[in-house]
Design a protein around this ligand. Structure first.
Ligand code: GLN
Length: 472
C-alpha cells in the first residue's frame, strides 16, 4: 500500500491506469480470489484520486485498490457470503469500515471469496468454488478469508480486509505469506459485517507488510455508535517506526510447541524467536494451562451464536426463497437448499448446545472455560509483554485434503482461537518457508489495545528480514 502510494507521487504512476490494469488482471485471475468487482465504481474513484494527487494531496489511502471479503456490506454491490442464500443480496448501505475507506479515497477494487459465511479454514466451502493458493494452485490459501489473502499475495490489490472469528485473517495470511492482524475485540466496528459469531467476529487488515497493516488498521478502527460493542476510548497511537525491542519480554507458551506442530513450521518460528532476541527482546517461558480446551470451547460458542445469527435467513425477510406450498416448507426448503453442509452442521450443533436439556452441559460450561482462558492470558501477561508462537500447525495443504474430516480441520485453529475467545489482538507475519517451499506464519499476541506493540514489533522484524518480500 505505502509502496503504491509512493509510486503514485514519486514516479507519477497513474491511479486510473493502476486500477484499470488490476481490473483486467482480476477478470482473468487463475486463483478464484474474487467473487465480484465493480469496474465503473472503481474507475470513478480512481479518477477522483488521480486529480487529488495531482493537486498535491498527501492522503496515503488515495486511489489505493483495496479488496474486501464478501461478508462485508458494500452499498448496491453484491455481498454474498459465498452462499446461495445471499446470491442476489446487494445491501442498501456500506459497512462502517467501507465508509471509512471511501472517505479516505480508497478504491474498493472487488469482493473476495471465502468459506460460506466465514465458516471454515480452506476457502473451499464457497458456493463459488475454491480459491487457490498463489504459491501453489493445487493447495488451499487457508480460510476463511482465503480470497483476500490470495489477492494480496498475487498482487491483485494493494491491501485487503478480512474477518477473523477464530483465525480467518491470520490463518490465510500464514498460508499465503502475508501479514494479517486480528484487532482487539471492539476496536473495529462490526456494523455491516455479516454476523457469524458476534462475540468473536472482528474485521482486520491483510497486507504485504506490517507498515501497510498499520495504515489500513488506523483507517478502519475507532468508535462507532452503530455497534454496541465498539470501544469508546483506549486506542493507542500507531507508529510506522519499528518498536525498540530492548528489554521487551516475549513469552513463549510451552503449549504452543507441543504435539501436532509440523517440524518445519517450528523451525521457522524458532528462527524468528532468535531474530527477536537479537533485536534485544528477552524470551521467557510461560504457561497457558487451558489452551487445550480452546478448540472445544470455540466450536460450542461459535456454533451457538451462529445458530442464532443465521436464523434470519428464512426465505421470508430477504435473500433466497425456495418455492413451496406451505410456510413451513418454505422455511425448510429455503434453508436446506440455501446453506451448504458445513453451515447446516454448525446450525444444528449450535441449536443442540443451546437446547434446554444441554445448555448447562455445553454452552454454560464452555462460557466458564472461556473465562479461564481469559485468566490464563492475564496471568501470562504478568510475566511478559507479548506472546510468540506459530499461527498454524502446518503449511498450506492440498485443496481436497481433510474436507471429509471436519474435526481435523477444526484442530488447525488451535493457535488462533485463544485470541478470539479472550478478545485480544494478534498478528501473523511471514517468518520463513517450510520443507515444500511454502510460507510459514509467526503469531504475536498482546494485551488488549496493544496493537501498537504488535505492529511495532512486526515492523522491527520485517526491517531485518525479507520473508514478507518474497513473492509467489
Ligand atoms: N476456521 C475457523 C472456523 O471454521 C475460523 C473461522 C473464522 O475465523 N471466520 O470457524
Amino acid at each position: 500500500m505505502l509502496e503504491t502510494a509512493r509510486r503514485y507521487r514519486r514516479d507519477g504512476i497513474s491511479p486510473v491506469k493502476t486500477v484499470r490494469d488490476l481490473l483486467s488482471a482480476i477478470e482473468v485471475e487463475p486463483y478464484n480470489a474474487f467473487i465480484s468487482y465493480d469496474e465503473e465504481g472503481a474507475l470513478l474513484v480512481a479518477e477522483k484520486a488521480e486529480r487529488a494527487i495531482e493537486k498535491g494531496s498527501e492522503e496515503p489511502l488515495l486511489g489505493l485498490p483495496i479488496a474486501v471479503k464478501d461478508n462485508i456490506c458494500t452499498k448496491d454491490l453484491p455481498t454474498t457470503c459465498a452462499s446461495n442464500i445471499l446470491a442476489d443480496f446487494a445491501p442498501t448501505y456500506d459497512a462502517y469500515v467501507i465508509e471509512r475507506l471511501k472517505v479516505r479515497g480508497a478504491v474498493i477494487i472487488g469482493k473476495t471469496n471465502l468459506d460460506e459465511f466465514a465458516m471454515g479454514s480452506t476457502t473451499t466451502t464457497s458456493c463459488k468454488g475454491p480459491t487457490k493458493n498463489p504459491w501453489d494452485i493445487t493447495r488451499t490459501p487457508g480460510g476463511s478469508s482465503g480470497g483476500s489473502a490470495a489477492a494480496v499475495a498475487a498482487g491483485l490489490c494493494a491491501g485487503a480486509l478480512g474477518s477473523d472469528t477464530g483465525g480467518s485473517v491470520r490463518m490465510p495470511a500464514s498460508f499465503c505469506g502475508i501479514t494479517g492482524l486480528k484487532p482487539t475485540y471492539g476496536t473495529v466496528s462490526r456494523y455491516g459485517l455479516v454476523a457469524f459469531a458476534s462475540s468473536l467476529d472482528q474485521i482486520g487488515p491483510m497486507t504485504r507488510t506490517a507498515r501497510d497493516a498499520a495504515v489500513l488498521f488506523d483507517a478502519i478502527r475507532g468508535h462507532d455508535p452503530q455497534d454496541s460493542t465498539s470501544l469508546v476510548e483506549g486506542y493507542a497511537p500507531l507508529s510506522l517506526n519499528g518498536h525498540d525491542l530492548t528489554g521487551v519480554r516475549i513469552g513463549v507458551p510451552r503449549a504452543f510447541f507441543g504435539e501436532g506442530l509440523a517440524h518445519d513450521v517450528e523451525r521457522s518460528v524458532r528462527y524468528a524467536q532468535g531474530v527477536f532476541e537479537e533485536l534485544g527482546a528477552t524470551i521467557v517461558e510461560v504457561e497457558l494451562p487451558h489452551l487445550a480446551y480452546g478448540v472445544a470451547v470455540y466450536y460450542i460458542i461459535c456454533t451457538a451464536e451462529a445458530s442464532s445469527n443465521l436464523a434470519r435467513y428464512d426465505g421470508v425477510r430477504y435473500g433466497y426463497r425456495a418455492g413451496a406450498a406451505t410456510l413451513i416448507d418454505t422455511y425448510l426448503n429455503t434453508r436446506t437448499q440455501g446453506f451448504n453442509a458445513e453451515v447446516k452442521r454448525r446450525i444444528m450443533l449450535g441449536t443442540y448446545v443451546l437446547s434446554a436439556g444441554y445448555y448447562d452441559q455445553y454452552y454454560r460450561k464452555a462460557s466458564q472455560v472461556r473465562s479461564l482462558i481469559v485468566k490464563d492470558f492475564a496471568g501470562a501477561f504478568e510475566h511478559c509483554d507479548m506472546l510468540l508462537g506459530p499461527t498454524t500447525p502446518c503449511t498450506a495443504f492440498g485443496l481436497g485434503e481433510m474436507l471429509d474430516d471436519p474435526l481435523s480441520l477444526y484442530l488447525l485453529d488451535i493457535y488462533t482461537i485463544p485470541a478470539n475467545l479472550a478478545g485480544l489482538p494478534a498478528i501473523s507475519i511471514p517468518c520463513g518457508f517450510g520443507d515444500t517451499g511454502l510460507p510459514c506464519g509467526l503469531q504475536l499476541m498482546a494485551p488488549a489495545l496493544r496493537e501498537d506493540l504488535l505492529l511495532g514489533a512486526s515492523i522491527a522484524f520485517q526491517d531485518v528480514t525479507n520473508f514478507h518480500q518474497v513473492r509467489p
